[in-house]
Write a protein that binds this ligand. Structure first.
Ligand code: F6P
Length: 353
């Protein structure tokens, strides 16, 4: 077991419900193991500026149920420069921080890798509503965001039913359609549009007209924000093609706030304690993941490459240091993930009438 004097914890990138529960778990697990915890404010920016506070148990009391992040978040282009990185390392040395748990998305992990390569042990935790981190089945915040979407859309459906209307609703998720697809199924949407898969507009409209003929009075269309520029013009087209009065709503950041769901609180706690365990085992440059409902971890570099592979954005040389067997494993992983996504998408249409 490695001995740590003090670790730091930070949140970076877009906030997500459950980040506070994660900060709490990291802090409590470290303190229980005799390791001090420095709460670093405003992500990597705060790390460079030395904006931090030594936490005790009570600093993380009464936060498990709160949305947002009590450590705040900030984007920091300067951290990506050599000078920024040198400043961060100096702050770590001055404050006796020899390990960091960084909670966020892929940008956060890239920062964690850079620090790991310079001798600060880092563990990344996936905290984003988008669930767009290929290495994990679930990211912290995703479940709450989806629950918020279905609560909002159920309300819209009530009023659609009264007035025989359609509501086109755009939901967050950056380039990933996970929130749109799963909530589309959960709210019984007539149409789901994601950027990852083709959308047959004529067929979808035909199905809507059929079900209207059969007496259906409410129509919900869920569009992922990844389908850029689609939702608003489609609202107009849908109304013209169907003759159904159609409203547009963009849920935007409302989906990023709020009290975390049970699932996110438990996931945050499992991942937070695992991050501390990994540091104590002397591990670094890992991201904690959830696979088939089990907590595990993956090398951050591999996780980032897997992510690029899944999104069709591999860079030259990305696979050079991996064996053929490894590369095949990664390809199989991605193929399985996209097949599952496609299956859900097809299912959403099968039952949409
Ligand atoms: O990554 C989380 C997320 O909320 C995305 O769903 C969205 O595209 C983006 O962040 C919005 O970022 P900002 O809060 O900087 O507008």
């Amino acid at each position: 077991m490695k001995t740590f004097e003090r670790i730091g914890v930070l949140t970076s990138g877009g906030d997500a419900p459950g980040m506070n529960a994660t900060i709490r778990a990291v802090t409590r697990a470290a303190l229980a193991n005799g390791v001090e915890v420095m709460g670093i404010y405003e992500g990597y920016k705060g790390l460079m500026e030395g904006n931090m506070k030594l936490f005790d148990e009570r600093d993380v009391s009464n936060i498990i149920n709160h949305g947002g992040t009590m450590l705040y978040s900030a984007r920091s282009p300067e951290f990506k420069t050599e000078e920024g990185m040198a400043r961060a390392i100096k702050v770590c040395e001055e404050n006796h921080i020899n390990g960091i748990v960084a909670i966020g998305g892929d940008g956060t992990f890239r920062g964690a890798t850079d620090l790991s390569n310079r001798g600060i042990a880092c563990i990344g935790l996936p905290g984003t509503i988008d669930n767009d981190i290929t290495a994990t089945d679930y990211s912290i915040g995703y479940d709450t965001a989806m629950n918020t979407v279905i609560e909002m859309v159920d309300r819209l459906r009530d009023t659609c039913e009264s007035h025989l209307r359609c509501n086109v609703i755009e939901v967050m998720g950056r380039n990933a359609g996970y929130i749109a697809l799963n909530t589309g199924i959960a709210v019984g949407a007539s149409i789901v549009v994601v950027s990852e898969l083709p959308f047959d507009e004529d067929k979808a409209i035909e199905a809507v007209l059929e079900s209207k003929k059969e007496g259906k009075r409410n129509f919900i269309v869920i569009v992922s924000e990844g389908a850029e520029g689609f939702a608003e013009p489609f609202t107009k087209r849908f109304a013209e093609k169907t003759g159904i009065e159609t409203k547009f709503a963009r849920l935007a950041h409302v989906v990023r706030g709020g009290s975390p769901s049970l699932r996110d609180r438990v996931l945050a706690t499992e991942m937070g304690t695992e991050a501390v365990n990994l540091l104590l085992e002397g591990k670094s440059n890992l991201v904690v993941c959830n696979h088939d409902n089990k907590i595990c971890s993956m090398d951050i570099d591999r996780a980032l490459i897997l992510d690029r592979m899944y999104k069709g954005k591999l860079k030259e040389g990305d696979l050079d240091s991996y064996s053929e067997e490894d590369v095949q494993q990664m390809r199989d992983f991605c193929a399985k993930k996209s097949a599952e996504f496609k299956k859900l998408y097809e299912m959403s249409y099968l039952i949409s009438r």
